[in-house]
Design a protein around this ligand. Structure first.
Ligand code: GLU
Length: 319
């Protein structure tokens, strides 16, 4: 028997409603941006305008919505961890990746070293720095930075993705904590490549420049099971997408991942450059708002996504 109260599926929802909800979300996000603070531990990031906000949605039918600063370039930062994981799964396979990094939420800050030294030889998951650096060490001898950049361009439908030299320099000069992580991994005998080459490739990946629009394309490929709906080409194996989405859901929002899972309930990954990629049912959503909350997530992007998820019933556990 049909449940008459069941909410309308996102696939049948009217375009007017979707547009209204995204428009409201844009104004909610924009109004909350001023409550956050731009990242300053990488000096180059401190130059961002905290009031900036952009929201871009691409749906699997080719429709799109754009509000605010969706063409502004900013550094991908931690969102590169999704691309690094996708590449590791592609070139090393599931076991070849997860023999070297765990899949557990850490509950700690993205750059924490504490549990890595106390409880485990392997990093908790590929969405925190230690895990991403370890995952990069699986790729250092397999793929060049240019090849990884080409993969990022393909996933994001964005030929403009390139190394932001100023961010890279800033990252390199202020990256001692990440160097501590890579050398701790080496000291434990688990790092799979040269530490300096590994951390350098990680810095470069964090310094790729993207837009809210390119993140929406990435989100759409992931939400669509790894197939680019625009070209029909398969970019990620569907089994790998399941793994990527699971880790985005459980670990993608730093130590706010649990609360984001409850409140928003969409696989997502944020970066301290202010970006957020979301892989929702039938749509990819990319956001940019450099003012961050204390966890390192874009305050405007989180507020906007909470509204979108609630009004369009996009939580993966909504019924
Ligand atoms: N490049 C940054 C770091 O490793 C990435 C941080 C982030 O976006 O979480 O410190």
């Amino acid at each position: 028997m049909k449940n008459k109260n069941k909410k309308q599926s996102v696939y049948t929802r009217s375009a007017e409603l979707v547009e209204r909800v995204f428009s409201e979300a844009y104004y909610i996000g924009k109004a909350s941006a001023a409550k956050g603070v731009v990242a300053s531990y990488i000096p180059e990031l401190a130059k961002a305008d905290p009031t900036s906000f952009g929201l871009y949605m691409l749906d699997e039918g080719g429709g799109s919505l754009s509000f605010g600063e969706t063409e502004t370039r900013f550094s991908i930062q931690s969102i590169c961890k999704v691309i690094i994981l996708a590449a590791a799964l592609k070139y090393r396979g599931f076991r070849g990746t997860f023999d070297h990094v765990m899949m557990e939420p850490s509950g700690d800050a993205f750059n924490s070293i504490l549990k890595l030294d106390m409880r485990s030889n392997l990093p908790f998951n590929p969405m925190i720095n230690a895990g991403a650096i370890q995952t990069v060490s699986l790729l250092t001898d397999v793929l060049s930075f240019d090849e990884l950049t080409a993969f990022a361009r393909e996933l994001c439908h964005d030929e403009g993705i390139a190394l932001d030299e100023a961010v890279y320099k800033s990252e390199f000069e202020s990256g001692d904590r990440n160097r501590a992580i890579v050398y701790l991994l080496k000291s434990k005998g688990v790092l799979m490549a040269d530490p300096d080459k590994t951390v350098d490739l990680y810095f470069k990946m964090c310094s790729l420049s993207v837009t809210a629009r390119s993140l929406a394309s990435l989100g759409l490929v992931i939400s669509n099971g790894g197939v680019d709906p625009l070209s029909g080409g398969r970019l990620i194996e569907s089994a790998h997408v399941r793994t990527i989405k699971s880790l985005m859901f459980t670990c993608g929002m730093y130590d706010f991942s649990g609360e984001f899972g409850v409140r928003v309930g969409i696989p997502a990954k944020s970066g301290v450059g202010g970006g957020l990629v979301c892989a929702a049912h039938g749509m990819g959503i990319g956001l940019y708002g450099p003012a961050l909350d204390p966890f390192g997530n874009s305050i405007a992007a989180v507020q906007a996504m909470e509204h979108i998820s609630e009004k369009l019933s996009l939580h993966v556990f909504d019924y």
